[in-house]
Write a protein that binds this ligand. Structure first.
Ligand SMILES: Nc1ncnc2c1ncn2[C@@H]1O[C@H](COP(=O)(O)OP(=O)(O)O)[C@@H](O)[C@H]1O
Ligand SMILES: [Mg+2]
Length: 229
């Protein structure tokens, strides 16, 4: 029996960025595999954050496109900027220093679902599940400026997960944490990948990079090595 490689979740084409005369990257085609955790590494200033932000639709990317094929075989190709709603709903991005709105934790997590116009009882159910998943039920009514660094990261992960994205883009999710807080975030990221989502994390954390099944991408000298060992 022949085995076929499953079609990628997304294929992005024409990802390029210059800063002045310096080429950060020029990537003709990049497949995001399904249900895979990917650690994106590279030296400071290599362009890792910029790459994530372009794929999240947060930076202009003239000419860049994303393509995918639905389960029924319908093929789609769309521009990456402005990112169309069909894709925006499938991609979640987490900034290195997540910004939380100055309301309660619960409202922060509910925000995206309200934006999508979901019914109130569905929002309550999903937010409750996400609070429990991230271990932040006890701070659900707390203002973000009263949270620890670890709690902020966990709330930001819950805010991403509650949208049930296929692709999570996490910029240095553990770099501001240590000890137990870091271990908790590593465990949550492992669960996101085990659920069958694709997680691309900019990361120097050995423990995250060495989680079972993590693929390494390395950005440097204008190119992305997707088979880095
Ligand atoms: N908006 C911008 N204007 C000018 N330079 C930028 C801008 N954004 C990023 N850069 C530069 O692009 C390079 C890559 O930045 P970044 O993507 O943050 O790298 P990394 O995340 O790998 O450390 C850096 O040299 C940075 O100074
Ligand atoms: Mg960065």
């Amino acid at each position: 029996m022949r085995t076929r490689t499953p079609a990628p979740l997304l294929t992005v084409r024409g990802l390029s960025r210059r800063v002045g005369a310096r080429k950060l990257f020029d990537i003709a085609e990049l497949d995001f595999p399904r249900a895979t955790a990917i650690a994106l590494t590279g030296v400071n200033g290599a362009g890792k954050s910029t790459l994530l932000r372009i794929v999240a639709g947060l930076e202009p990317a003239p000419g860049a496109t994303a393509s995918w094929t639905d389960a029924d075989g319908t093929a789609h190709t769309v521009p990456l900027s402005p990112l169309p709603m069909s894709l925006r709903r499938r991609i979640a991005y987490m900034h290195q220093h997540p910004y939380l709105f100055r309301t309660s934790v619960r409202e922060n997590i509910a925000y995206g679902l309200r934006h999508h116009g979901l019914p109130r009882d569905e929002i309550d159910r999903r937010v409750g599940a996400a609070l429990g998943w991230a271990g932040v039920v006890h701070v659900q009514d707390t203002a973000p400026d009263k949270l620890s660094g670890g709690e902020i990261q966990r709330v930001a992960l819950a805010r991403a997960k509650v949208l049930e994205p296929d692709l999570l883009l996490l910029d240095e999710p553990t770099s501001s944490l240590d000890g137990h807080a870091r271990e908790q975030v590593i465990a949550l990221i492992g669960e996101l990948a085990a659920e069958g989502r694709t997680v691309v994390m900019v990361c120097h954390d050995r423990e995250l990079i060495n989680l079972p099944g993590v693929v390494r991408w390395k950005l440097g000298e204008g190119r992305l090595d997707t088979r880095h060992k």
